[in-house]
Design a protein around this ligand. Structure first.
Ligand code: ADP
Ligand code: MG
Ligand code: MG
Ligand code: MG
Ligand code: MG
Ligand code: MG
Length: 672
């Protein structure tokens, strides 16, 4: 998200009245984009990451770690610094606001190219961004890349300054004060309108981790069951708060989490659609590998990831749309929250069989017909018409009327509030930017070494997909099932995931050799040649042609359940084997290759279970803390020591070989 428009938000009643207006003009805007760029081709690989931080005050006197709520001025100062540092040239970093008033987001100053040198500058760029942030914070504040703040929304003091949740006028939360939300009206309005549209507060229930002394049944004594300030205060006792669960009731519990996202520019629209599809089944697998959020509202949970918490935290569906009561005022029963895993594969390639789109996907028929009669194919029309079943949540009175030939704001209003595991991003009007795909499932890692690892791995995997014409399709219902499994405690080691037996589009791949891979061909669009080794990560690979005879395999026979180790290291040479084979097509120096191998080694060791996920490590830290009473409670003292330890790990002072490889170089020893 770039600069935030400062305007006057409409009330929810007014917003509802403009919903069709926004949808209609949003589609007009998309059609203008489509006409302008549908044939655009030859775009090089440009890509970038987004890292989200939560700023925490480490109060050594009280031994308390508290979210530091006043980051808006810090963001402004960071912006000024970058302008001063860079003069007229391109800045090395960018900083953006995020949902939490304690949050910051950073991206590289401009996207990376496909050069190997850029690939290997990701980690130092991330470190530089963190150093810049640190410079603008108070001496006892730290920018943590933690996915969830362990004591967010607990009784007592979890934020600095401290506010009482009785003032939660946007969310009506029992736990989170208004001031944890970024003060910009967009965020508070989004919060209030999701609640109003739904007709109640959001209800999030994460299963609690039952430890030796956790009271059973677990009925949370810290919920203010009897509060009576807002109409929704009784929801908790009337069934919204589930027994044996950690109950949360506000958008801030989910959107106040941090994550790591990656965006790739593709050669053309069809390549973007291929890439989008190929990354869909990868989403849950790397979610399991990056799992980093085992603690919620002061309790250890039985899940390791943020995904369902965020999904429930912005679930604006009415009871009719959730299928709880018959449809009367709403148009559709909608199976998923606006924040959820992808619903439809969209590639026009022959390997995308119709049978893979096997779930119920409601879509707006009038919008579908409009797109289809404009000449857009069925799959893409359905994708857009599905996104557009949602209402706009925030409309500013100043921007209701737009020039649809030069603005995409109405389109983006709906598109950017469909928060899925992968996002297909059309080029903005009148810009040099091409078709992009954003990969959104990764949990942010505690160190930039790990964040760079996952960025580098996904970009290399994306190149292997294009180079070898890989086929990762499994039915969407199985991807959804994988998403559910990925979040379970210790999923990377204990769960099995649906995955294809043969990932090669053509022929039967044999393990160890890529004999089943299609031979890379030259690209007529950008002239890049496949046979010569290159110092650049290429973007253009024509998809493998459909062979004369395609073996007719039943979809159910195409996939099986595998462990994470098998998927990454084992069968069909594993995803790491494919990345390795891709690296052989690059002209990397031995030194560069060694650096890349450090990253791949971290992935390998997470996948084979010889290193822990951050979630497992945090869980173990809490359970071995002397103040832990085996009752699932993470008290302020444990939280303080946990965050101190995380900061010490990040700064290279504390070594944790169960989490990071022995040769992990701390930033202060090496580089910044
Ligand atoms: P959003 O919050 O909408 O996802 P951001 O602006 O925060 O978007 O992040 C976009 C990411 O995409 C950044 O890492 C940026 O470097 C990268 N990026 C910018 N331009 C391009 C491009 N043309 N192709 C691919 N990635 C790009
Ligand atoms: Mg962003
Ligand atoms: Mg954004
Ligand atoms: Mg963000
Ligand atoms: Mg942080
Ligand atoms: Mg993003």
């Amino acid at each position: 998200m770039g600069l935030l428009y400062l305007g006057t938000p409409l009330t929810w009643e007014e917003t509802k009245q403009y919903a069709d207006h926004v949808r209609e003009h949003g589609i007009t805007q998309f059609l203008h984009t489509w006409d302008a760029v549908k044939d655009r081709t030859g775009d090089e690989l440009l890509w970038g990451d987004e890292v989200e931080y939560m700023v925490v005050t480490l109060d050594s006197e009280q031994r308390n770690a508290k979210l530091s709520l006043l980051q808006t001025p810090v963001l402004e100062k960071l912006g000024d610094t970058l302008t001063d540092l860079s003069g007229d040239s391109v800045p090395v970093a960018q900083f953006h606001p995020e949902y939490g008033s304690y949050m910051l987001e950073s991206t590289p100053g401009s996207p990376y190219t496909g050069s190997i040198v850029d690939l290997l500058s990701v980690e130092s760029n991330m470190r530089y961004r963190r150093v810049l942030i640190r410079k603008h914070l108070k001496h006892n504040e730290v920018p943590f890349t933690l996915t969830s703040f362990p004591r967010h929304g607990t009784l007592g003091v979890f934020a600095e300054p401290h506010f009482n949740p009785d003032d939660a006028k946007s969310s009506h939360s029992l736990f989170l004060p208004e001031e944890v939300i970024n003060p910009h009206t967009r965020y508070t309005t989004l919060t209030a309108n999701i609640r109003k549209r739904r007709g109640s507060k959001v209800a999030i229930n994460a299963p609690i981790f039952i430890d030796k002394k956790t009271p059973r049944p677990f009925v949370d004594p810290t919920i203010p069951w009897q509060r009576n300030i807002y109409p929704g205060d009784a929801e908790a006792k009337n069934g919204a708060a589930l027994m044996d669960h950690i109950y949360m009731d506000a958008m801030g519990f989910g959107m106040g989490c941090s994550c790591l996202q990656l965006t790739f520019q593709c050669c053309n629209v069809n390549d973007a659609r291929r890439m989008y599809d190929a990354l869909i089944p990868i989403g849950p697998l790397v979610l399991a590998l990056t799992a980093a959020s085992p603690i919620w509202r002061g309790y250890i949970s039985d899940v390791d990831c943020r995904w369902n918490v965020i999904s429930e935290s912005v679930d604006d569906r009415t009871p009719e749309e959730r299928g709880l009561v018959p449809l009367k005022n709403n148009k559709y029963v909608i199976p998923k929250s606006r924040y959820d895993s992808v619903d439809l594969y969209i590639s026009p390639e022959w390997i995308n069989k119709p049978a893979y789109n096997d779930t119920i996907v409601p879509y707006d028929e009038a919008i579908y017909n409009r797109l289809f009669s404009h000449g857009i194919d069925e799959l893409l029309s359905k994708h857009i018409a599905h996104l557009f079943i949602r209402d706009p949540l925030v409309i500013f009175s100043e921007t209701i009327h737009q020039d649809d030939t030069s603005s995409n704001a109405h389109f983006e209003n709906i598109q950017s509030t469909n928060w899925q595991t992968v996002r297909f991003k059309p080029p903005p009007p009148n810009s040099s930017i091409g078709w992009r795909v954003e990969f959104r499932s990764l949990e942010v890692q505690m160190t930039d070494f790990e964040n760079a690892t996952f960025a580098v791995f996904i970009v290399l995997l994306s190149r292997a997909i294009l180079t070898f014409g890989l086929n990762f399709y499994i039915p969407i219902s199985k991807v959804d099932e994988n998403m559910a499994r990925a979040q379970k405690r210790d999923a990377a080691r204990s769960e099995k995931f649906f995955f294809r037996k043969n990932v090669f589009a053509v022929g039967q791949g044999t393990p160890d050799q890529l004999s089943g891979a299609s031979t890379p061909t030259d690209c007529s669009d950008c002239g890049s040649r496949s046979q010569s080794k290159s110092r650049k990560l290429r973007n253009c690979f024509p998809p493998p042609a459909r062979p004369a005879t395609v073996e007719d395999v039943l979809v159910e026979d195409e996939y099986e359940e595998m462990t994470v180790r098998e998927i990454f290291c084992g069968k069909f040479s594993g995803l790491l084997g494919l990345v390795d084979a891709y690296l052989e097509t690059l002209e990397a120096t031995p030194h560069e290759r060694q650096q890349i191998d450090k990253y791949l080694n971290l992935i390998r060791r997470r996948a084979d279970g010889t290193l822990q996920t951050p979630a497992t490590w945090m869980r173990n830290f809490v359970r071995s803390h002397p103040a832990y009473k085996f009752d699932s409670v993470v008290n302020p003292e444990i939280n303080y020591d946990l965050l101190k330890a995380v900061d010490d790990i990040e700064r290279g002072i504390l070594h944790v070989p169960e989490l990071l490889p022995e040769d992990y170089n701390s930033p202060h020893v090496n580089g910044f």
